[in-house]
Design a protein around this ligand. Structure first.
Ligand SMILES: Nc1ncnc2c1ncn2[C@@H]1O[C@H](COP(=O)(O)OP(=O)(O)OP(=O)(O)O)[C@@H](O)[C@H]1O
Ligand SMILES: [Mg+2]
Length: 351
């Protein structure tokens, strides 16, 4: 599923609120994948707001600074969009073929999209064709053309070509499917908590049955509370939260982290409740990722709040990493942050 394009071997480029992440993998046949390149560079505050690029030049510069240190095998890139300009909806309609749907989707989608239909790129995926009722369920995705253009421009100015624009929740699912095939028959929820957006995707037997992005729900909310509570700068608050080079966070900061994490847990719980109210299958596990998953006590707090087991995903679980080339400690540190980028780099031509 893609909002845009198709191609061959791809660079995964995740442009997030706090940083740009680049991943290049090599297919290693039956053995899965091998890591070829990895790069992460921070973005200045307010470059991306709620998933929209506000400062294209800052994004281009960040990509260029990553590229300066890497020797990429290709320039063909797959990226994703998330946030409030992305619409995801599961809709029911009379059974038809993919081809017929491709022709009528514009018209079908109009009633579900809160933007002018001419201003959006659309895509769909048929989830289920249940012949009994003559109905099929379709996952509809739309993103504003303006948003997509901003991504394509920022990436293009850095010298890369964008061939696929996916949505964050699906990139996350790609990463999950490659690394956790043992859960393919279960119903789990993938929760990627970033700096300002939480990607939420209930996957049941490999099908995305309920997906949404929660905006203003992420690590920035925790940092802001520390900033306010201790009356310090944003930079200082971020440092106190992350705990500089192995120093544990101080008790006063920990108090604030817990309270703010509770707010994010409540957002996640609300989405789970909403999903369950639609008659969805019972969720057996929360699969957590994103930089905010690294916050001390965060996964425990979510487990307590939701009453569900929480597992932090490892995007390199089935990706071979040559420890002669990559520092394994760094890879382990960065792993939750590059989950979406790994999912994007798994994408290949036309799938
Ligand atoms: N060790 C850590 N402890 C606590 N928080 C951390 C740690 N490392 C990173 N973070 C937080 O993770 C967040 C960044 O995560 P991530 O890279 O997944 O987000 P993003 O993709 O940039 O943003 P978004 O997806 O919301 O647009 C930041 O808020 C950062 O403070
Ligand atoms: Mg992100």
């Amino acid at each position: 599923m893609a909002l845009f394009g198709g191609g061959k071997q791809l660079i995964g480029l995740d442009i997030g609120t706090s940083s740009v992440k680049l991943i290049e993998l090599k297919s290693a046949g039956k053995k899965g994948y091998q890591l070829v390149n990895l790069g992460v560079t921070n973005l200045p505050p307010d470059t991306i707001v709620d998933g929209d690029i506000i400062n294209t030049t800052a994004v281009t510069d960040a990509i260029k600074s990553i590229l300066a240190n890497l020797k990429l095998k290709t320039k063909i890139t797959s990226t994703s969009v998330s946030g409030h300009s992305v619409i995801m909806k599961k809709i029911n309609m009379p059974i038809t073929t993919d081809e017929a749907l491709a022709e009528s989707i514009q018209w079908e989608a109009e009633q579900y999209i809160p933007f002018n239909i001419n201003d959006v790129n659309l895509d769909f995926q048929v989830l289920e064709r249940s012949t009994a009722e003559g109905q099929m369920s379709v996952f509809l995705v739309a993103a504003k053309k303006e948003l997509i253009n901003n991504y394509v421009t920022a990436i293009g100015e850095a010298g890369l070509n964008t061939t696929i624009i996916d949505i964050g929740v699906f990139a996350l699912q790609n990463m999950f499917e490659v690394n956790y095939p043992e859960y393919m028959n279960d119903t789990v929820v993938l929760v990627n908590v970033g700096a300002s957006i939480t990607n939420f995707n209930v996957v049941s037997k490999g099908i995305p049955i309920f997906a949404r992005d929660l905006t203003q729900s992420g690590g920035n909310q925790i940092t802001e509370e520390i900033q306010k509570g201790l009356n310090i700068s944003r930079e200082e608050a971020e440092k106190r939260k992350v705990g500089a080079s192995g120093t544990p966070v101080t008790p006063d900061v920990m108090e604030i982290i817990k309270a703010a994490s509770d707010g994010i847990s409540a957002d996640i719980q609300r989405s789970i409740d909403f999903y369950l109210s639609t008659g969805g299958e019972k969720i057996t596990k929360i699969m957590l990722s994103g930089g905010t998953a690294k916050t001390p006590e965060f996964s425990n707090l979510i487990a307590q709040k939701t009453g569900l087991p929480v597992e932090i995903m490892n995007p390199f679980k089935n990706v071979a990493v040559n420890t002669k080339v990559f520092d394994i400690n760094y890879i382990n540190e960065i792993a939750p942050i590059v989950s979406v980028a790994v999912g994007l780099s798994i994408r290949k031509a036309g799938n």
